[in-house]
Design a protein around this ligand. Structure first.
Ligand SMILES: NC(=O)c1ccc[n+]([C@@H]2O[C@H](COP(=O)([O-])OP(=O)(O)OC[C@H]3O[C@@H](n4cnc5c(N)ncnc54)[C@H](OP(=O)(O)O)[C@@H]3O)[C@@H](O)[C@H]2O)c1
Length: 238
């Protein structure tokens, strides 16, 4: 059975990725920062079946890289798919008041974490003989511009996705960006706030895993109507 490595596994989007992977009959290798985060994950997923947990610091250069090395050494399950959903830093400081140190903190949490996930796993995916995939979650805040630091940190994710779509177009890695234009929260919170539930958003990844024809694309999710019939468009025009 194939396995999905999930980075940012304990967040709203990471939990959706895990639920989607399990529904698509894949196992999950979930990176967590500590046992507290692991407990949070199991509480939201409501099952431990098919999930292997590994502790690593995804903010450190050697974090995800160390996980890949453990996989290569046979200490962890091999994986064929990656879902990057790290980040979630959501401050309200206006642009005119944003300090360089605060901006750097946001860039580190929201962008560099996903960049590190990509650079650590892509060589491993590329060297496999069968079809693999890398999925990155981004949000519409970067286009809306309502909150300075969260918006600015989405910009480099869009650009990284453009480059990755181009770089992997003719490889065995199916790179896609899931562009979220609505708020997704774990079910227990969404029931109170009215946001889209992770258990519903999970359908997007479940569907994407079974659609080898969707490659180098942005999948836009704005409403419940987008959960089953995926709205996708190639990111790069050659
Ligand atoms: N949720 C949405 O509606 C939404 C909408 C648009 C785009 N997105 C995209 O999805 C990303 C994730 O959103 P989310 O709502 O899932 O965020 P979240 O619930 O806050 O989860 C963020 C994940 O990143 C991890 N993380 C954050 N800072 C970390 C740190 N310093 N060290 C180690 N791990 C850290 C968290 O681990 P812990 O659990 O251990 O804290 C968690 O697994 C966003 O950055 C954005 O690009 C989300």
């Amino acid at each position: 059975m194939e396995t999905v490595l999930v980075v940012g596994a304990t967040g709203n989007i990471g939990v959706a990725a895990i639920l989607g992977a399990l529904r698509a009959k894949r196992n999950v290798l979930a990176i967590v920062r500590n046992q507290v985060s692991a407990d949070k994950l199991f509480q939201h997923v409501r099952s431990k079946d098919g999930i292997t947990i590994v502790e690593a610091d995804i903010m450190a250069e050697e974090g995800v890289q160390g996980v890949v090395e453990q996989v290569r050494a046979g200490k962890l399950p091999t994986f064929q798919h990656v879902y990057a959903a790290a980040g979630g830093a959501y401050g309200v400081t206006p642009l005119r008041d944003l300090s360089t140190s605060e901006l750097r903190k946001f860039m580190s949490i929201n962008f560099e974490s996903n960049f590190l996930a990509y650079s650590a796993t892509i060589p491993y995916l590329l060297e496999q003989s069968s079809s693999t995939s890398f999925t990155l979650c981004t949000g519409s805040q970067g286009d809306i511009g309502a909150r300075a630091a969260p918006a600015i940190t989405q910009g480099p994710l869009y650009s990284m996705a453009n480059v990755a779509c181009r770089d992997n177009e003719n490889t065995n890695v199916r790179f896609n960006e899931v562009y979220l234009a609505t708020r997704v929260e774990v079910d227990s919170v969404a029931e109170k706030t009215g946001a889209m539930k992770t258990s519903d958003f999970a359908n997007v990844y479940n569907e994407l895993l079974s659609r080898p024809d969707i490659k180098s694309s942005r999948i836009t999710v704005a409403t419940k109507n987008d959960l089953k019939d995926l709205k996708y468009k190639k990111k790069i025009d050659h």
